[in-house]
Design a protein around this ligand. Structure first.
Ligand code: A3P
Length: 312
């Protein structure tokens, strides 16, 4: 393992976005059958030509499934003891770069991933399975897919789009929910995403498919499963340190994991670490919204082996 030598980000938790001239929100367009925005497709050839390594670990999710949570678990498992200074100085989104993102005046995720000095490299993606750079499959890299039930994903995505100016304007909740059902979201349809990755798991053995609801139910058990997939055997003390570090409250209070350093996010509108619960959908869905949602869900989620829990 090499020493981690990235420059710490500047920090400005109290950034007042009302004083800033805000860029226009991006709009969605169809990209090979999936709704996307330009921050994700701009460097497409370069992303597709990304050179994965056999020991890379890709964390893949539909947005809002617990990507940051699992990223931080892995980061602590691999580097928590070796490089404790990283924990205090480099935000998680730099330790685990977002492969396909290229936001203005920031290094692209692909460049950050290329420059990662660690082994393994932990890399995050929201790409649907058919868009993953082919070198990951060729190198047989390990992939962890995290899925979260559709209703809580929709609610979390709604609040995320409200607070993040690099996301399309969400509109009101009922408009957003309709768009979610129609796949008019950045990274497309939740239904296609979770199903596409589930199918891939049947043929690609280096894929660990896990669920946000299971993490909420028993984070320690899920860390054990992750460790057995990754071939790691942390001591009881080490595991305890990881489990304790990744609780919702600790991650919310931790400037390196709560995204408070990201200027495009306005945590006054909605914090990134918002609720961290299973079942918050009940505070958003009306009965009149839930019934057609359920009906539509049955049509789209025909595979009986892929089951989600909306309560724990
Ligand atoms: P909510 O908006 O429902 O609170 P992602 O990292 O994929 O963008 O996912 C963000 C969601 O995961 C948010 O959901 C966030 O609160 C939740 N989350 C992040 N860390 C968590 C943790 N340690 N425990 C529970 N939920 C967590």
């Amino acid at each position: 393992m090499q020493h981690y030598s990235m420059t710490p980000s500047t920090f400005d938790q109290d950034l007042d976005m009302s004083q800033m001239e805000l860029p226009p929100r991006p709009t969605l367009f169809d990209f090979h059958g999936v709704s996307m925005i330009k921050h994700v497709t701009e460097n497409w050839d370069s992303i597709q030509n990304f050179k994965a390594r056999p020991d890379d670990i890709l964390i893949a999710t539909y947005p809002k499934a617990g990507t940051t949570w699992v990223s931080y678990i892995l980061d602590l498992l691999y580097f928590g003891q070796t490089f404790p200074e990283r924990q205090a100085s480099i935000p998680i989104h730099e330790r685990v770069p977002f492969l396909e993102i290229s936001a203005p005046s920031r290094p692209s995720g692909k460049d950050l991933a290329d420059q990662l000095p660690t082994t393994p490299r932990l890399i995050k993606t929201h790409l649907p399975v058919q868009f993953v750079p082919k070198s990951f499959w060729e190198q047989n890299s390990r992939i962890i897919y995290v899925a979260r039930n559709a209703k809580d994903s929709a609610v979390s995505y709604f609040h995320f789009n409200r607070m993040n100016i690099t996301q399309p304007e969400p509109g009101d909740w009922s408009t957003f929910l309709k768009d979610f059902m129609e796949g008019k979201m950045v990274f497309g349809s939740w239904y296609d995403h979770v199903n596409g990755w589930w199918e891939k798991k049947q043929t690609y053995s280096n894929l660990h498919y896990m669920f946000y609801e299971d993490l909420i139910e028993d984070c320690g058990r899920e860390i054990d499963r992750l460790c057995s997939f990754l071939g790691l055997s942390p001591s009881a003390e080490e595991k305890e340190r990881v489990t304790n570090g990744v609780t919702f409250d600790n991650m919310k209070a931790n400037k390196m994991t709560n995204y408070s350093s990201v200027p495009v996010m306005n945590h006054r509108v909605s914090p990134f670490m918002r609720k961290g619960k299973v079942g918050d959908w009940k505070n958003h869905f009306t009965v009149a919204q839930d019934e057609p949602f359920e009906e539509d869900y049955k049509q789209k989620m025909k595979n009986p082996t892929l089951k989600f829990r909306t309560e724990v």
